[in-house]
Design a protein around this ligand. Structure first.
Ligand code: G4P
Length: 530
C-alpha cells in the first residue's frame, strides 16, 4: 500500500496539472514523476497498468470499455522535503469540461508538446484557459529521441500560439540526426550520453561543463562543436533569458527539451518545478484575497466524481484547500447551505485509490462524500462567508436535444440531468419558449456517458437528436430594459441553464457576431461563474 506522507510546509507544496494533446507523452512523463517520488518502484509499471489504477482511472464502465480516462485524477507525490499534487487530466480526444475546471485548482501548469507535431489543437484550447487565469506555464518538448520539427521554428510557433515569451532552459544536441542530449543554457553544462545517442537505450548520462570545454572534442567532431556554439549564440540572441517574475506572471514560459520515454531531461524539468514554480499563495474571493498561510481553513469544490466506488455508487467532492489546515474531526462550514458538519471520512488520492487522512494543507486536494448537497463552486470554511472567483462553466462545443420514449418520465429525466449537471458532467439548457432540454458538452464522449448513467443510475431511456447550435453565451446587462427587449425579440434562441442564468443559443458564428454588434449594452460571456 502506498504511504501518504504529509509535510506541513506550504512553501514546499507544488500543485499543478499536466496538459497536452493526446499522445504527446503526458502519461509517460507522469510515470517518471511517480518513479522519482517512489510511488512506483519500477519504470514501465504505469504503462503496464495504464488502463488500471495509476495513470488512467477506471471508474466508469465507458472508461473500461474504451481503455481511456474520462475524468481527472489526483496524484500526491512526496519528493524529499516537497509534496507534489499532480492533477492528471484526460488525454483522449473527447476530454470534458472537467479538464478546464482543473485549471482553476492548480498553481501552475506543465505543457507537454510532441516535438514532431508542435502545438496541436487541444493544447491551444487549454492554453487559452490557462491564460484566462494567468497561470504560469512550464513547457516540455517531448520525444526528442525521434525526428522533430526545427527547434527555432517550434519555439516561434509556441510564442505565437501561447502569446507568451519562450525562454529555452535546455537546448537539444542533435548530431548526425541523432539526439545526444541537451545543453543547459543557465548552468552552461552539457548533459549527454557520450557512448551512444539517446535514441539508443542507455541510462548512463555524462556531463561536460562549459560551452568551450576542450573535452567536447573527445565526443564530437570540431566542425559540429563550432556550429553548435554558433547555434547557442543565436539562441541567446533570439530568445529572452529566463526571468522568474515574468514566469510567475504568466508572460514567459521556460522551455525544456527531452524524452519522457528515454527518461532524458526530466530531472531538469523537475528541478524547475521545485525551484521556480509557485507554491500555493492566495485565491481571490468575492470579499477579499485569501492567503494560503492564513490560520483558518478555506477551500472550494472544483470537481464532483461519481462512481469512484461502483459498489457504493458514491459521489466524491474534490476540494482544493486555499488556506489554513484541515484537521480530522474539525467542523466545516458549507457556505452555500449555511450548515456546519464534521466529515467522518476525508480522503487524499492517487488516481483511483483513496486514503483516509487526518491533516491536509493549502495546495492539497482532499475529497469527501457528497450526498447530493455539494455543488461545484461551493466553499467550505470555518465559518466565514467566502465565495471564490474563477470556478466557471464553459460554453460547450457540441449540443444535443434530448427526448424521451416515454414523456411521463420527463420529471425523472430532469432530476437525473440536474444531478449530472451539478457534477459538471454535462450542461443543461431549458428553452424558455417550450421547456425542451438541450444538453451541451465539450467532448462527444460526455453524451455517451450521460446516456449510460441515465440508464444505469436512473432507469431512464432517452434519445438524442441533432440540434443546430453553434455555441451559447451567458447574457447580462446593467440595463434591464435591454434584456427585456432582447428577450422579446429572440425568445426562440433563449434558454436558462441549471442555475436559471439566461443564455443565448447561437445557431452560427455569423449570427453570434451580428447579435453582439447589434446589442452593445449586453455582455455575451463564454463562461459563467458557479
Ligand atoms: P498521452 O498520455 O499524452 O496520451 O501520451 P502517452 O504518454 O500515452 O504516450 C503516447 C505514446 O508516445 C506512447 O506510445 C508512448 O510510449 C510514446 N512516447 C511518450 N514519450 C515518448 C518519448 O519521449 N519518445 C518516444 N519515442 N515515444 C514516446 P504508444 O506506442 O502509443 O504506447 P505504448 O505501447 O508505448 O504504451
Amino acid at each position: 500500500m502506498i504511504k501518504n506522507v504529509i509535510c506541513s510546509s506550504i512553501s514546499e507544496r507544488r500543485t499543478f496539472a499536466i496538459i497536452s494533446h493526446p499522445d504527446a507523452g503526458k502519461s509517460t512523463l507522469t510515470e517518471k514523476f511517480l518513479f522519482l517520488g517512489n510511488i512506483i518502484r519500477q519504470e514501465g509499471m504505469v504503462k503496464a497498468k495504464r488502463s488500471k489504477k495509476y495513470i488512467k482511472s477506471d471508474w466508469m464502465e465507458s472508461e473500461k470499455k474504451r481503455g481511456i480516462s474520462v475524468t481527472t485524477s489526483v496524484i500526491q507525490i512526496p519528493y524529499h522535503k516537497y509534496l507534489i499534487n499532480l492533477l492528471d487530466t484526460p488525454g483522449h480526444e473527447d476530454f470534458s469540461e472537467d479538464t478546464y475546471r482543473v485549471l482553476t485548482a492548480v498553481d501552475f501548469c506543465l505543457i507537454v508538446i510532441d516535438a514532431a507535431k508542435g502545438v496541436e489543437e487541444r493544447t491551444k484550447k487549454l492554453i487559452s484557459i490557462t491564460k484566462m487565469h494567468n497561470i504560469p506555464i512550464i513547457t516540455f518538448v517531448n520525444k526528442l529521441d525521434r525526428s522533430s520539427l526545427n527547434f527555432t521554428k517550434l519555439l516561434d510557433q509556441l510564442e505565437i500560439e501561447f502569446n507568451m515569451v519562450c525562454s529555452p532552459i535546455t537546448w537539444p544536441i542533435n548530431h548526425k540526426y541523432m539526439f545526444y542530449g541537451v545543453y543547459h543554457m543557465l548552468e552552461d553544462v552539457f548533459y549527454f550520453n557520450s557512448e551512444k545517442s539517446i535514441c539508443n537505450n542507455s541510462n548512463v548520462f555524462n556531463v561536460v561543463y562549459g560551452l568551450n570545454n576542450v573535452l567536447l572534442k573527445n565526443i564530437f567532431d570540431v566542425e559540429f562543436i563550432a556550429k553548435f556554439r554558433e547555434e547557442i549564440e543565436l539562441v541567446r540572441l533570439i530568445y529572452k533569458s529566463f526571468d522568474c517574475s515574468s514566469f510567475l506572471k504568466g508572460s514567459l514560459t521556460p522551455v525544456f527539451f527531452g524524452s519522457a520515454l528515454k527518461n532524458f531531461g526530466i530531472d531538469h524539468l523537475f528541478k524547475s518545478i521545485l525551484h521556480w514554480a509557485p507554491p500555493p499563495t492566495f485565491k481571490i474571493s468575492h470579499t477579499r484575497k485569501v492567503k494560503s498561510y492564513e490560520k483558518k481553513f478555506s477551500g472550494f469544490v472544483f470537481k464532483i466524481q461519481a462512481n469512484m466506488d461502483l459498489k457504493h455508487r458514491d459521489r466524491i467532492a474534490f476540494i482544493r484547500i486555499v488556506s489554513g489546515k484541515y484537521k480530522k474531526g474539525m467542523k466545516l462550514y458549507h457556505v452555500r447551505t449555511k450548515k456546519y458538519s464534521i466529515k467522518t471520512e476525508v480522503f487524499s488520492f492517487i488516481a483511483g485509490e483513496r486514503f483516509l487522512i487526518n491533516n491536509a494543507y493549502p495546495g492539497d486536494i482532499i475529497g469527501f462524500h457528497n450526498h447530493n448537497n455539494i455543488k461545484i463552486g461551493d466553499t467550505f470554511t470555518e465559518g466565514e462567508e467566502l465565495k471564490f472567483f474563477g470556478i466557471s462553466k464553459f460554453a460547450p462545443d457540441i449540443f444535443r436535444f434530448i427526448s424521451l420514449d416515454n414523456p411521463l418520465q420527463y420529471k425523472k429525466l430532469l432530476k437525473g440531468l440536474i444531478q449530472l449537471a451539478e457534477e459538471g458532467a454535462i450542461q443543461i439548457f431549458r428553452s424558455i419558449t417550450n421547456n425542451k432540454l438541450i444538453l451541451g458538452a465539450i467532448g462527444k464522449l460526455q453524451f455517451d456517458i450521460i446516456m449510460e448513467r441515465l440508464k444505469i443510475e436512473y432507469n431512464i431511456y432517452a434519445i438524442y437528436n441533432a440540434i443546430n447550435i453553434f455555441t451559447v453565451r451567458w447574457i447580462k446587462s446593467k440595463n434591464n430594459d435591454k434584456i427585456v427587449d432582447f428577450k422579446e425579440k429572440y425568445s426562440v434562441n433563449l434558454a436558462v441553464d441549471i442555475d436559471n442564468n439566461l443564455v443565448y443559443l447561437a445557431p452560427t458564428s455569423i449570427n453570434l457576431n451580428l447579435i453582439i454588434s447589434r446589442y452593445p449594452d449586453i455582455i455575451f460571456c463564454n463562461t459563467c461563474e458557479y
